[in-house]
Design a protein around this ligand. Structure first.
Ligand code: PEP
Ligand code: MN
Length: 278
């Protein structure tokens, strides 16, 4: 097998010889430049107070974007599914209060237009990485797309998914490695840090890492975040909650405010060692 070669089948995503890296802009935030972009926020948008408080401490720690799901792809239909449209309004309020651009997941092709009216960036989640109608709608929306890796997709399949977005007219796409399913059950997923190095080599697009869904446990999130930056990641997507024990989803992997600030500090040191900043 060996490392994948830039494929003829993914011409828009693959890096042509001599092609410079693409910088993806989301408001004032730049993915793929010298600065490592730190995105923080809860798994799910729960209420307005939560998001406004979170945005303030994410920003104070050096975060430059806010995350939070308004629609949540939950394994069980009786688990909290997100606030839907009301969640978008809360995200807009938190952006207004903090100045941070927001990224949020869109689950359904029929919601792309609505989500794109509010969100600065559309997240396509792991479970939807091969939802081709959704990829096309997101690509045509005019918004930058954050494309997570599927828990069961190879790098080549992931590249083809990105190609759908670009072929539909999108030009701004950021890859997000979030761990894959392997034989190892100790952590929630296995972070494929090698995929960061590979994608940086064979594509011209930025690559970030979500250490939260890879680890599944707060104790290991910072170590994975540090490894991601050392491997060349252009940013981090980190789940944080002001009271993780009360979180309506993914509390076990959500850093509290102080832990989030510690992660930022610790990752900044790695970034600086590589002549980058955070
Ligand atoms: C999330 O970001 O909260 C999420 C559901 O992530 P993933 O799609 O990577 O599981
Ligand atoms: Mn989550």
């Amino acid at each position: 097998m060996g490392a994948p070669q830039p494929g003829k089948s993914t011409p828009l995503v693959s890096r042509k010889s001599g092609q410079p890296a693409t910088i993806v802009a989301v408001g004032d935030v730049r993915f793929g430049g010298r600065k490592v972009v730190l995105i923080g926020g809860p798994c799910a948008v729960e209420n307005s107070d939560q998001m406004t408080r979170t945005a303030a401490y994410v920003s104070a720690a050096g975060g430059s974007m806010l995350r939070g799901g308004a629609w949540k792809p939950r394994t069980n239909p009786y688990d909290f599914q997100g606030l839907g449209e009301a969640g978008l309004e809360i995200l807009a309020e938190a952006r207004q209060a903090s100045g941070l651009p927001v990224v949020t997941e869109v689950l359904d092709p029929r919601d792309v237009e609505l989500v794109a009216e509010t969100a600065d960036m559309l997240q396509i989640g792991s479970r939807n990485v091969q939802n081709f109608p959704l990829l096309r709608e997101a690509g045509a929306s005019g918004r930058p797309v954050l494309l997570k890796r599927g828990m069961m997709t190879t790098i080549n399949e992931w590249l083809s998914s990105a190609e759908y977005v670009l072929a539909a007219g999108g030009s701004d796409l950021v890859f997000c490695e979030r761990g894959i399913r392997t034989f190892e059950p100790t952590l929630r997923n296995t972070l494929d840090v090698g995929s960061v190095a590979v994608l940086k080599d064979i594509t011209h697009l930025p690559v970030i890492v979500d250490p939260s869904h890879a680890a599944g446990d707060v104790r290991f999130v910072t170590a994975l975040a540090r490894a991601a930056i050392a491997a060349g990641a252009d940013g981090l997507l980190v789940e944080t909650h002001f009271a993780p024990k009360q979180a309506l989803s993914d509390g076990a992997q959500s850093l509290g405010p102080d832990q989030f600030a510690d992660l930022a500090e610790s990752c900044r040191a790695i970034a600086r060692a590589l002549d980058r900043d955070l």
